[in-house]
Design a protein around this ligand. Structure first.
Ligand code: ADP
Ligand code: MG
Length: 279
């Protein structure tokens, strides 16, 4: 069927009284149009919504808007799901599941601002510092998901894996290409800087990543080490200082404090468990 036939068919289908054969024709025309327009949701929902519209007396405009809204909602949900899968988060954690009562020093207004993801658009950075178990990775994933829901592409990995990736690219003589390729991600998440120290070459590669992103693309980085000890992580005070300089120039630095949430939950659980009855 060519386009001319399709539009003639459509017109005739729309203008024909809804006889059985007219309805059949309409169904096949709608299936064809939904396929050509690549709007499968419309193909699935137009008929059911039409009968709902008739039952409830919707205007033509309301019906059209509802059908289109369904398609847009599905397309956005599919895009989000694809980008979440592509980000390689180790788990799915949401900001909504983050208990801010456990982090009284964490400013909620700043967190709410970060959740809007305007910093991602501006290629600013976020640095989350604090001891193990306080929720750095949870917040990093939660903010990453917010960025994805706002339509941005995100890539998550641990610092050690980032170094492996860059080392492999460097060894293959395509470091520049890799750094350029990474620009397609609006946000890179680098988790766990500091757990494993880097040698001089690794530190240099890491510096190149941060320098390549500077004012070009956002980085969200987590570390268990305060900036004052980054010289130890990167085995070089000067490289560490140069990196911190670029990283924090346009950045929100949040320091999380307190006990590990993991051990706290365990303690609360133990406290809530009634003592075994004595005989
Ligand atoms: P970190 O990366 O700082 O070591 P994680 O983000 O891995 O800590 O947190 C450890 C565990 O505790 C995770 O399962 C995380 O979801 C949970 N957690 C930590 N802080 C909170 C919080 N404030 N609210 C809810 N869950 C939390
Ligand atoms: Mg972590």
């Amino acid at each position: 069927m060519n386009d001319t036939t399709a539009s003639t068919d459509t017109l005739s289908a729309v203008n024909t009284a809804p006889t059985i054969s007219g309805q059949r024709e309409l169904v096949s025309t709608m299936a064809y149009l939904a396929r050509v327009l690549k709007t499968p949701t419309i193909g699935r929902c137009w008929e059911e919504l039409a009968s709902q519209a008739r039952d409830q007396g919707w205007s033509h405009e309301d019906y059209l808007a509802t059908v289109l809204q369904r398609q847009v909602a599905d397309r956005e949900a599919n895009g989000t799901a694809l980008r979440i899968a592509g980000a390689h988060f180790p788990q799915i954690k949401t900001l909504e599941d983050f208990n801010t009562d456990h982090q009284p020093s964490l400013r909620r207004d700043i967190l709410a601002h970060l959740a809007t993801t305007t910093w991602v658009v501006k290629a600013d950075n976020v640095v989350l510092l604090g001891p193990p178990g306080v929720g750095k990775t949870h917040l990093a994933i939660g903010l990453g998901i917010k960025a994805i829901q706002a339509g941005h592409s995100v890539l998550f990995d641990t610092a050690t894996n980032w170094i492996s990736r860059l080392t492999a690219a460097h060894a293959a003589g395509r470091l520049e290409k890799e750094l350029t390729r990474l620009r397609r991600y609006k946000l890179l998440i680098i988790d766990e800087v500091g757990y494993i120290p880097f040698d001089h070459d690794a530190a240099n590669l890491f510096f190149q990543l941060v320098a390549a992103r500077y004012e070009q693309g956002a980085i969200l980085l987590t570390s268990n080490m305060p900036f004052g000890r980054w010289g130890e992580i990167f085995s070089d005070d000067i490289v560490a200082a140069a990196m911190i300089d670029r990283l924090v120039h346009h950045a929100e630095v949040l320091t999380l404090t307190g006990d590990s949430y993991r051990t706290r939950s365990r303690r609360e659980l133990l406290a809530a468990t009634p003592a075994a009855p004595r005989n």
